[in-house]
Design a protein around this ligand. Structure first.
Ligand code: ARG
Length: 483
């Protein structure tokens, strides 16, 4: 048991209590952030004359050494420490002696953990944003290549009107674009530094909070020290944003599962992103899409869990808040994995253009356009709707489609029909005439694609983002030996 407290205790902590209370098994993930925060704190303590230059240098070098040794696998973060903060301070003091004990001057673990969690979340907001950017790039490519890939659009999962694959993918582009923008909003709102709030009431040391905040790239210090240590709103907002991303991915997955079924055959998922059955040799299952859909629940769960944890807490810090970490870490990992895998599945998926187009030609997807044809020739829309309804019924009885009827047959139902009806309700016309902003017609889509390209470009190099969405320090499963 290695604790940072104990002076006022006369008994050893019960082992079960110690284990129940300890957070090292999961907050070790905050290692890099804990070092970063401590370095900023120490730099400020020296600037304010609270530490000497020698003490600052000794602590800073000690912290850098610990970081290097953990990263290189020479120093293990073991469970003998209560939490990541205790680990860093204990190793530092062991290594540099007395100066190490001064690191925590003017600081509490309450503002320390608030800072660590904020730094970690801020980094992950950017990582997730980068994953979304890659998915958006994949979507845009599919859009650009499929402006005239006709397919049925659905309402109630019933064929409704024809559209294009570009248009359908464009709907997801808009959803993930909103997700990116939402993350940007969260980033802006959360980017204030809690360090220097102490246990909750600030401190009597002359800390320069603007200075530490600036060192770590925050907009400024938080303005109420009680709120600073009690606030997890930013994490709740982030989990809500992650839940929305998963909801979007889950809907998309559901469509891919349907499209990939034998009945639809709109798409074929690449072998590398499908799995087989242990008993049925013919099977090729869309497991990745199913898992993404399935994992949505645990991300929603994380949001509900943290909301519930926070709802009854009196100000300021309460140990309940330690429960923010495991669920948040799990949700972040889950969403990153889902985004990366989904992008891989989508970018390698084949779209069966022919099947989609044939499907769009069946199921009366041109019925609205047939009604509009009559309207354009003076029939009131409500009457036109009735006429086409009867026409569809007639076709259903004869097991045929509107465009397969002869002009005589059509005229029997309404004398308004002329020879130009066939052109007017062809698949191509039905789509290409739809030119309102946001509609599937080629010219309208081209305009949207141009805007989407600009949007993607605006995301490039906006912030420093760690490469390829991988954890800088996962804290999990590494093989490291103790010093
Ligand atoms: N492990 C704690 C957490 O995650 C760190 C803060 C501890 N503060 C305290 N007063 N016990 O919240």
């Amino acid at each position: 048991m290695a604790q940072l407290w104990g002076g006022r205790f006369t008994k050893q902590t019960d082992q079960l209590v110690y284990d129940f209370n300890a957070s090292i098994t999961f907050d070790r993930r905050l290692f890099a952030q804990d070092i970063e925060g401590s370095m900023a704190h120490v730099a400020m303590l020296e600037k304010q004359g609270i530490l000497t230059e020698e003490e600052r240098d000794s602590i800073t070098q000690g912290l850098a050494g610990i970081r290097r040794d953990v990263e290189e696998g020479k120093l293990a973060i073991t469970e003998e420490y209560e939490d990541i903060h205790s680990f860093v301070e204990a190793v530092l003091t062991r290594r540099i002696g007395e100066a190490g004990k001064k690191l925590h001057t003017g600081r509490s673990r309450n503002d320390q953990v608030a800072l660590d969690m904020k730094l970690y979340t801020r980094l992950e907001v950017q990582n997730i944003r980068e994953c979304l950017r890659e998915l958006l790039a994949t979507l845009l490519k599919i859009m650009e290549e499929n402006l005239t890939t006709y397919m049925p659009g659905f309402t109630h999962l019933q064929k409704a009107q024809p559209t294009t694959l570009a248009h359908h993918m464009g709907a997801y582009f808009e959803m993930f674009k909103r997700d990116v923008l939402r993350l940007g909003d969260i980033y802006k709102r959360m980017n204030y530094c809690p360090l220097g709030s102490g246990a909750f009431a600030g401190t009597t040391y002359p800390l320069d909070r603007d200075y530490t905040s600036g060192l770590m790239g925050f907009e400024g210090p938080t303005l109420n020290s009680m709120d600073s240590v009690a606030d997890r709103d930013y994490l709740i907002e982030f989990l809500a944003a992650l839940s929305t991303i998963m909801m979007h991915l889950s809907r998309f997955s559901e469509e891919i599962i349907i499209w990939n079924s034998n009945e639809y055959r709109f798409v074929e998922i690449d072998d590398a992103f499908s799995t087989g059955s242990s008993i049925m040799p013919q099977k090729k299952n869309p497991d990745i899409a199913e898992l993404v859909r399935g994992k949505t629940g645990r991300v929603y769960g994380a949001l509900m869990s943290l909301l519930t944890t926070m709802k009854g807490l009196p100000l300021a810090y309460n140990k309940d808040m330690q429960e923010d970490k495991e669920v948040a870490f799990d949700a972040i990992d889950t969403v990153k994995n889902c985004l990366i895998l989904f992008d891989g599945m989508l970018s390698t998926m084949r779209f069966n253009h022919k099947v989609m187009e044939q499907s769009a030609m069946r199921g009366f997807t041109n019925a609205t356009d047939a009604a509009d044809y009559l309207v354009n020739r003076g029939v009131p829309f409500r009457d036109a709707h009735g006429i086409i309804g009867r026409l569809v019924l007639h076709c259903l009885e004869k097991n045929t489609s509107i465009d397969a009827l002869s002009l005589e047959e059509l005229k029997e139902i309404s004398p308004v029909f002329e020879a130009d009806i066939y052109e007017a309700i062809s698949l191509k016309t039905c789509v290409e005439k739809r030119l309102t902003v946001g509609a599937p017609g080629c010219a309208a889509m081209e305009d949207v694609i141009r805007k989407s390209r600009e949007f993607l470009k605006s995301l490039e190099g906006r912030e420093q983002i760690s490469s390829k969405c991988k954890d800088s320090y996962s804290g999990k499963g590494e093989q490291i030996t103790n010093e």
